[in-house]
Write a protein that binds this ligand. Structure first.
Ligand SMILES: [Zn+2]
Length: 246
């Protein structure tokens, strides 16, 4: 199948040689695809700004023999341009792209992940008051989709209600009887906030307005859990928390 058509969201674009770029795209039907866009850095490029990160594009691609395909045509479906104009939205969007890139497999269809990313970027493009909550709700949904749904309202081991401790390696919140040595404390407010973010619609996640201290605690639990299970330090998380107003 030499030539194929796909829609996707551009996750990354890196320079290749003098004029070309390699773009990484989360597609609807073909999983994560890496492709060369030739001549994209020339001022006369027919691709223009169509292959910038965050952009939802319709693509024609030529299937390469190795890891890289070649983009032959690109048309914008949605540019999500608000994300480029506002640091808070940009930081939240960056974490979504990076987390998607972390869990997506090349040429392995994952329609639910593609649709989650698209709804995450759409929710940010609508300029929510609290983009960090939208990004955290997205992260919780991405963890669930990847098989790492954290237990938040009951002990991850025995199912007892109102757990007071948290251990990423045990699957989230745990009760005192089940907790292993490395479990840390977790307030019921922070666990409740995370449960609300996990449940929330992405478009509404920016309206939760948690108390700042609860939020800090919940965020530390969530990021620790995500890093533990996604097995890679998520580079943009410090940028995301840094974009929060003090
Ligand atoms: Zn237990």
């Amino acid at each position: 199948m030499p030539l194929y058509k796909e829609q996707g969201v551009v996750l990354r674009s890196v320079k290749l040689g003098e004029a070309d770029k390699i773009v990484t795209v989360m597609t609807q039907g073909a999983g994560k695809v890496r492709a060369v866009a030739k001549g994209i850095r020339k001022t006369t490029s027919r691709f223009g700004a169509r292959l910038e990160p965050f952009t939802h594009v319709s693509l024609m691609l030529y299937r390469g023999r190795g890891q890289l395909d070649t983009v032959t045509q690109a048309d914008i479906i949605a540019s999500h341009r608000n994300l480029r104009d506002h640091l808070g939205l940009f930081a939240a969007g960056e974490t979504m792209l990076e987390e998607t890139d972390n869990v997506a497999q090349e040429h392995e269809r994952n329609v639910r992940l593609f649709l989650l990313l698209l709804s995450g970027l759409r929710a940010l493009d609508a300029r929510p008051a609290d983009p960090v909550s939208v990004a955290e709700s997205f992260l919780l949904k991405l963890l669930s989709l990847s098989g790492f749904h954290p237990s938040l309202t009951a002990c991850a081991v025995c199912g007892a209600p109102d757990p007071t401790l948290f251990a990423s390696g045990q699957g989230g919140a745990v009760c005192a009887n089940c907790a292993e040595h490395d479990a840390g404390s977790a307030s019921c407010e922070a666990l409740r906030m995370l449960a609300e973010l996990a449940e929330a619609d992405l478009m509404g996640a920016g309206d939760i307005h948690p108390d700042e201290q609860v939020r800090r605690e919940g965020r530390a639990l969530l990021y620790g859990f995500a890093e533990y299970h996604l097995e890679r330090r998520i580079k943009s998380l410090p940028l995301l928390s840094g974009s929060l107003a003090p």
